[in-house]
Design a protein around this ligand. Structure first.
Ligand SMILES: Cc1cc2nc3c(=O)[nH]c(=O)nc-3n(C[C@H](O)[C@H](O)[C@H](O)COP(=O)(O)OP(=O)(O)OC[C@H]3O[C@@H](n4cnc5c(N)ncnc54)[C@H](O)[C@@H]3O)c2cc1C
Length: 387
């Protein structure tokens, strides 16, 4: 059948990879090319297993890295604690590495079958039913692009991220995002000197209200990330403002100050949010990845879930053959419990992502020391990485 995928991010490319052997696949991606910039993600959990089944894990692993762990730093530059990543990797049975988000995209592009029609600069602006009404609803769907082009196909999969254009249509009343009360900015820039100083440990500031991260991102690059608490009622996408960032996050740690001073003009800046969709498909339109079940970065598994969800959708469609609606229902039945579990874990993390008071910071420091103990470390890491 003809399948149109809206969004050539992680879910869209993973799905195209899986569907291409059996179907005519078109991917419509709004950006003019693969999205650069980005942030380091931890790759583990259900998506790791899915990537293994898809045969792409070695490609991704070759682009990833295993850090020694995290080092915590205070505003005077002192080290206030450490967490090693070793127990986490062991608890995950070696199925864990860190990788820059753009490298995930480039890795998927490098193994994408040549038959996939991948169109950059193709922004979808509307999705409608098309074709004849059948027993299960309309049998085709139509995507309208910003340049006036229309693409009609047997199935439209919306992989257009947490701010999906299509979610409202599939799950009315749920088109908006569900903010988690944080705003995050991140970027990569060239700084071989700081990258060498940071070495094999990510630096995280031990501070109240605002937190900064800095890490060596390979090839002399440094990755920086900043998080702050914001009003959870606000859903507007923030406008990146370098001067504001430099002003509001100054003084967290000398190395983070350096990364802040060299911040590029344009960078990622958005609210930390989930997407909640009580149903994932309607007729021949289905949601996947963040568009369906964004868990937010608090769960640390959005990319993993984008892989796992895309693979679950492809598997269900394969199993039900011409009965497409049955395949869509099966995908949701099988994968929703996993997606909801990860979303719950994201919500649980929300209260302690950045400490809101000195007392909360002190509790976190004590917990961190406890986690460093061998027995506790095994238990804590197992609960974190259990698929
Ligand atoms: C700072 C940060 C840190 C994170 N850390 C982690 C982590 O440690 N581990 C982890 O697993 N996850 C992490 N995540 C989450 C992860 O990045 C996302 O969950 C994941 O990228 C979701 O993939 P996706 O393909 O569903 O959506 P996206 O990656 O958002 O891709 C959506 C694509 O759709 C395109 N698009 C949007 N609208 C349209 C349109 N109308 N027409 C055509 N194309 C369109 C976009 O350009 C984009 O390419 C983090 C996220 C952030 C922001």
């Amino acid at each position: 059948m003809e399948v149109t995928i809206i969004g050539g991010g992680i879910a869209g490319l993973a799905l195209a990879h899986e569907l291409a052997p059996d179907h005519d696949v078109t991917v419509l991606e709004a950006s003019p090319g693969p999205r650069g910039g980005g942030y380091m993600i931890d790759f583990f959990g259900p998506g790791f297993l899915a990537a293994e089944r898809m045969g792409v894990i070695e490609e991704l692993r070759s682009r990833g890295h295993v850090f020694e762990g995290v080092r915590y730093g205070t505003p005077d530059g002192a080290e206030s604690g450490r967490i090693d990543v070793g127990p986490l990797v062991a608890a995950a049975g070696g199925r864990y590495f860190s990788i820059l988000r753009p490298e995930v995209e480039l890795g998927l592009l490098s193994v994408l079958p040549g038959s996939v029609d991948l169109r950059y600069g193709a922004r979808a602006v509307a999705v409608r039913d098309a074709g004849l009404e059948g027993a299960g609803g309309p049998r085709r769907a139509l995507v309208e692009l910003a340049d006036g082009t229309r693409v009609e196909s047997d199935l439209v999969v919306a992989c257009d991220g947490v701010r999906s254009l299509v979610r409202e249509r599939v799950s009315p009343g749920h088109g908006g995002i569900v903010p988690m009360g944080y705003r995050v900015a991140s970027y990569l820039y060239q700084d071989p000197e700081l990258a060498a100083e940071l070495g094999e440990r990510m630096l995280m500031t031990d501070t109240v209200g605002r937190v900064g991260w800095a890490y060596a991102a390979g090839d002399g690059r440094v990755g920086a990330m900043f998080a702050e608490r914001v009003d959870p009622a606000d859903t507007q996408r923030p406008v990146p403002d370098r001067q504001r960032l430099q002003r509001d996050f100054a003084g967290l740690h000398p190395q983070v100050d350096r990364a802040l001073a060299l911040a590029p003009e344009s960078f990622y800046d958005d609210l930390v949010a989930q997407a909640i969709a009580p149903r994932w498909s309607r007729g021949r339109v289905v949601l996947a990845g963040d568009a369906a079940h964004a868990p937010s970065l608090l769960a640390g598994q959005g990319t993993s879930m984008a892989f796992a969800g895309a693979e679950a959708l492809a598997r269900s469609l394969r199993a039900t053959g011409p009965h497409v609606e049955a395949g869509l229902a099966e995908y949701e039945r099988r994968f929703r419990p996993t997606a909801e579990k990860v979303q719950r874990s994201g919500r649980r993390s929300a209260s302690f992502f950045t400490p809101s008071s000195r007392a909360q910071l002190a509790v976190q420091q004590i917990l961190r020391r406890a986690i460093a103990l061998p027995g506790v470390s095994r238990l804590a890491t197992r609960s974190l990485v259990a698929p």
